[in-house]
Design a protein around this ligand. Structure first.
Ligand SMILES: C[S@@+](CC[C@H](N)C(=O)[O-])C[C@H]1O[C@@H](n2cnc3c(N)ncnc32)[C@H](O)[C@@H]1O
Length: 414
């Protein structure tokens, strides 16, 4: 398998083993006002570098995390944000100097970013359960270097997909070249046989089904009666209700045999058009289709950069200073696919705490007991990350304290 090499790789390859275990220090515990002790769910926000925090989680969580979502800095070189996107934060710089040594002076931004990511991904791999998956948000700046290290750590065979999320709901006309309208989410499973959950059908997905002939079986869509795959019983000519004859076009075959097509017709499952002389279609009934297989293109219905900012404004009464939150609806989609009702969900680049918000919301919807662990290095771990969780648990703006049973512990690394 081709692998990626960069300055510092040799030094970080096994670095996760050398990181010392620390016992997290309790800072405070917050319970939703109307907390219900029987149903208490233990969530954590950890303030500190995720390398040490992830190591400290191993004794309790190794092999137990069902869903990891991370949204690391995208390595754009942008230093104007509240957090530093250039792996140039003094703490990370110091750490790189210590781990990589002299070579550290010749490192490019990509080298530094890879050195930062590699040992953290190694620990995330250990924390993931055998039926778990990891979801990593990234953009074009770093997707090309992220994919080979994920292949190396999680295994090429465990690559599941690369989701494209339409993050912009309008183009940026001031862009020099292209308006970048999407991000990626790389998905890897711990083991090769991972099966994503199907998504519940929606009014939109059902709206393409109709019932123009008042079929007692309910709404249906017209299925293509032909296939490209050669089929020995798939070449025949059949007459419709008006006597008009139909055969497959050259190079195509009926999907079903003549006997089967006649039998489907006798059951009212074949549609010959409104006047009975159109090419036959085989009806696919709404009441016979299952839940939806997840697709790789996620449009604005899972939220956009604009909706996530609106969400933050609603939570912080218009006063949030965080530039790059993800929408909780985006993470909700990931949870629908990758987490069960009682799963542990981990986000080690927590930012504004969107993942915790999405977990609380999911529990509220189905009375689940999912738990989350969030890690954030910056000082705002308390004032923003944990504060958002508190406000969500208090039912911000919703006027009802509905998150009862939830509690969150803020921990720090001594
Ligand atoms: C892109 S933001 C995540 C945004 C988040 N998904 C949200 O919706 O708010 C990346 C976050 O990772 C944090 N971070 C970067 N390096 C870290 C490290 N080594 N340990 C812990 N947090 C880190 C940054 O401070 C920043 O808040």
């Amino acid at each position: 398998m081709p692998t990626l090499h960069w300055v510092g790789k040799d030094q970080v390859r096994n670095h996760h083993r050398d990181v010392t275990y620390r016992v997290l220090r309790d800072h405070y515990t917050f319970k939703a006002t109307s907390s219900c002790p029987k149903n208490t769910v233990d969530n954590k926000v950890i303030q500190g570098d995720n390398l040490e925090a992830l190591k400290s989680l191993l004794p309790e969580y190794e092999g137990k995390v069902k869903c990891v979502y991370i949204d690391p800095p995208y390595n754009t070189g942008n230093e104007g944000w509240v957090y530093n996107d250039n792996v140039n934060d003094p703490r990370i710089k110091k750490w790189l100097g210590k781990v990589v040594g002299k070579e550290n002076e010749d490192m490019s931004r990509q080298d530094k970013w890879l050195c930062m990511m590699y040992p953290r991904l190694k620990l995330l791999h250990r924390l993931l359960s055998d039926d778990g998956s990891i979801w990593v948000s990234i953009d074009d700046n770093a997707v090309g270097i992220l994919r080979p290290i994920l292949d190396e750590i999680f295994g090429v065979g465990n690559f599941v997909t690369c989701v494209i999320w339409e993050k912009a709901d309008s183009p940026r006309n001031s862009a020099n070249q292209f308006s970048t309208d999407h991000d990626y989410i790389l998905v890897y499973s711990k083991r090769p046989n991972w099966v994503p959950a199907r998504l519940a059908r929606t009014a939109e997905s059902d709206s393409i089904y109709e019932n123009p002939d008042d079929d007692p079986n309910g709404s249906w869509i017209a299925g293509d009666p032909f296939a490209n795959k050669p089929y020995s019983k798939g070449l025949f000519t059949i007459s419709g209700p008006t006597g008009r004859e139909f055969s497959p076009p050259p190079g195509r075959f009926w999907r079903v045999s003549e006997d089967r097509l006649r039998s489907l017709d006798s059951e009212g499952r074949v549609w010959w058009g409104p006047t009975g002389d159109a090419r036959p279609s085989i009806k696919r009934y709404l009441n016979e289709v299952g839940d939806l297989v997840p697709r790789t293109l996620w449009k604005k219905d899972v939220g956009s950069n604009r909706s996530s900012k609106n969400e933050m404004r609603a939570i912080f009464s218009g006063a949030s200073s965080f530039d790059t939150p993800k929408p909780s609806t985006l993470i909700a989609r990931i949870l629908d696919i990758a987490a069960d009702h009682d799963s542990i969900v981990l986000d080690s680049f927590a930012g504004s705490g969107t993942t915790g918000h999405a977990v609380l919301k999911a529990n509220l919807q189905d009375e689940g007991t999912r738990r989350f662990v969030l890690i954030e290095m910056m000082d705002y771990a308390e004032s923003l990350t944990a504060e958002r969780i508190k406000r969500v648990m208090e039912g911000y703006g919703e006027k009802i304290k509905r998150y009862r049973g939830s509690e969150v512990h803020l921990r720090t690394i001594p």
